[in-house]
Design a protein around this ligand. Structure first.
Ligand SMILES: Cc1cc2nc3c(=O)[nH]c(=O)nc-3n(C[C@H](O)[C@H](O)[C@H](O)COP(=O)(O)OP(=O)(O)OC[C@H]3O[C@@H](n4cnc5c(N)ncnc54)[C@H](O)[C@@H]3O)c2cc1C
Length: 572
């Protein structure tokens, strides 16, 4: 009851922040709904200022801004907020719409967004490595980007991930360089320490009333001699435990939009345009001077006095560069685009984590309902697929939902009605994919060869991880909750296990790498995230990762946005 009233109060605040309610109407409704006492005066003033300011700014879009930022996801929200806070005149353009929706704010509903209106609904091209399936690749198409629809896992990876970047020529990106940035953005419920930050804008915590399957998972991991970690982000290493989530103390989703952007939307020097697509970058010689936008009123050009900053995510950032002639010049001509800069790496080096749905277990009796504050992924283990491997390369992910891919269902039967899944995930893939345009029309999705399980090493590690997940499910720790393994439910020989991997693979939702940072000929941006060969243009999001981090990519994407803001402002 109290929660329902708190949600009603939040919805009213959101409507006012969008500019669809004025102060009088807001106060009248709050009194009528009996939620006035729940309203924090500071939040009310912030929402009112945001609504009035953004309404006025939208009605008077200017011909030029200091910075134009494309994409309001994990990285874009942080860059925009920090630059606006520093006094710059900022335009933030987002293709998706508002995030004032219960399926965004309620953690337990996140997966209902996959394939729905808040998802770009992208698919990888069919590949024999996954039995010619066109694997769906969900990406957030809404204010907040992926952080508004993701599973809220907050995982930095391991320290070596960032040291690897530095070794590849990315100066300033060693783990010791990025740790302070991770710390400054978070408000970890356990308080600050050598590894963690407290008091930052983004609240991070673990499940407070975990589902019985989560405790069973951790017990089972202990029985497999996997180290148990009190906090999976500190120290960041092999082990199992309760997952960190980006979640507010009140149990609602903590997204980049809510944590970083909303508090500054009352600033007159920040304009947020929703439902607006960036379709092409504009140039004068080798300088990027502006951008062509497509919104409800058609196309308009906006100039950037200082820089254009592209934060459109793991695929769309590369797409915008390619549409603007930055990429392989021969490919550009073939697509009917005049080449601007011959940068062969744009769209290449694609990486994602294959995730398998999975090893399905039948629950003992009726599956207890999860709390709506649960992300349904409350525990995980980061391990090595083989003792010969020198660092963690696979993850076992508890999924407190009962689902398998259609191909696994056809071969092994439906997932049990009362059940849950242990998903193998390959978190250090060696294969690399490629994104390409199929036409010069920005509305066309283009083609992604994702490279899932495309190398022998990746297939072998994934197959081993299936066995590890099955082993985990057999441990006594699961006895209180597991009746039996339902899928695969029988032992699989080498060929059958590999076939299972090919049929069960989906995307973990972590596309990165298509505008990679570095100094080699395939690098797209330098270590300050400036596009090679172009002035006035940076790419500052998940697409710049030279190699994917060992775990979900949201935390690293936030860090990239925050570090980019420091670079632009000269504060790091
Ligand atoms: C279903 C799902 C579950 C996930 N679960 C997790 C998880 O639990 N933990 C985790 O760490 N990571 C998870 N991720 C991944 C994580 O959300 C991403 O790594 C992260 O959001 C990437 O940040 P980004 O800033 O690079 O891009 P995004 O957050 O994707 O933001 C890009 C934004 O740009 C907008 N955009 C794109 N093209 C244009 C254009 N032309 N014009 C204007 N705007 C444009 C998009 O609409 C989007 O809002 C998940 C992702 C999905 C989709």
């Amino acid at each position: 009851m109290i929660k329902a009233r708190a949600e009603a109060a939040q919805q009213l605040l959101d409507r006012m922040a969008r500019g669809t309610l004025d102060r009088r109407a807001f106060l009248k409704l709050a009194a009528a709904m009996g939620v006035a006492v729940l309203l924090d005066p500071g939040q009310t003033e912030q929402a009112l200022a945001a609504g009035q300011t953004q309404l006025a700014n939208r009605q008077a879009v200017k011909d030029s801004y200091d910075y134009v930022i494309v994409g309001a996801g994990a990285a874009g929200c942080i860059v925009a907020a920090r630059l606006a806070d520093a006094g710059a005149d900022v335009l933030l353009v987002e293709s998706g719409g508002s995030d004032d929706l219960p399926q965004v704010t309620t953690p337990g509903l996140w997966f209902t967004n996959i394939g729905g209106p808040l998802d770009w609904k992208f698919h990888a091209a069919p590949s024999p490595d996954v039995n010619n399936r066109a694997v769906p690749l969900a990406m957030g198409h809404v204010l907040g980007g992926g952080t508004s629809i993701n599973a809220m896992l907050w995982v930095r990876g391991v320290a070596q991930d960032y040291d690897d970047w530095a070794q590849q020529g990315c100066d300033g990106w060693r783990f010791s360089d990025v740790l302070p940035v991770f710390k400054e953005i978070e408000d970890w419920e356990g308080g600050a320490n050598q590894w963690r930050g407290a008091g930052g804008p983004l609240q991070i915590g673990t499940a407070h009333a975990p589902h019985p399957t989560a405790a069973a998972f951790v017990d089972a991991a202990r029985q497999m001699d996997i180290p148990i970690l009190d906090d999976m982000n500190g120290p960041m290493r092999e082990g199992a435990g309760y997952a960190n989530m980006s979640i507010n103390r009140d149990g609602s989703r903590a997204s980049a939009a809510r944590a970083f952007l909303r508090p500054v939307l009352g600033r007159p020097n920040l304009t947020l345009l929703l439902n607006t697509d960036a379709v092409r970058l504009l140039f004068k010689g080798s300088r990027c001077t502006g951008i062509a936008l497509h919104g409800a009123d058609g196309v308009r050009n906006v100039a950037a006095r200082r820089e254009i900053i592209v934060t459109a995510g793991g695929i769309a950032s590369a797409k915008l560069l390619l549409l603007s002639g930055i990429g392989d010049a021969d490919d550009a001509r073939r697509a009917g685009i005049t080449p601007t800069v011959d940068l062969k790496g744009v769209g290449r080096n694609f990486q994602d984590h294959p995730l398998l749905f999975g090893v399905a277990l039948r629950y003992k009796g009726k599956f207890p309902p999860r709390s709506m504050t649960s992300n349904a992924v409350e525990a995980a283990a980061l391990v090595r697929s083989d003792s010969a491997v020198n660092r963690p390369d696979v993850m076992m992910v508890l999924q407190q939902v009962s689902a398998v891919t259609p191909e696994i269902r056809a071969a092994f039967g439906a997932a049990p009605e009362n059940g849950f899944v242990i998903s193998p995930a390959l978190v250090r893939p060696t294969s690399r994919g490629r994104y390409q345009l199929t036409s010069a029309d920005w509305r066309q999705a283009g083609r992604l060869d994702a490279g899932f399980l495309a190398t022998e090493r990746d297939l072998e590690a994934t197959a081993r991880c299936i066995d590890l997940c099955r082993d985990l499910g057999r441990q006594h720790g699961f006895d209180p909750v597991r009746a039996a393994e339902a899928i695969p439910g029988r032992s699989l020989g080498k060929a059958a296990l590999r076939d299972f991997a090919r049929n069960a693979t989906i995307s973990f939702g972590h596309p990165v790498g298509t505008c990679k940072m570095g100094i080699d000929e395939m690098a797209v941006v330098d270590s300050q995230l400036r596009v090679h060969g172009v002035e006035g243009l940076r790419v500052c999001d998940s697409s710049i990762m030279p190699s994917i981090v060992t775990g979900p990519t949201s935390a690293a994407s936030h860090m990239i946005g925050a570090k980019a803001a420091h670079m632009i402002l000269g504060t790091a």
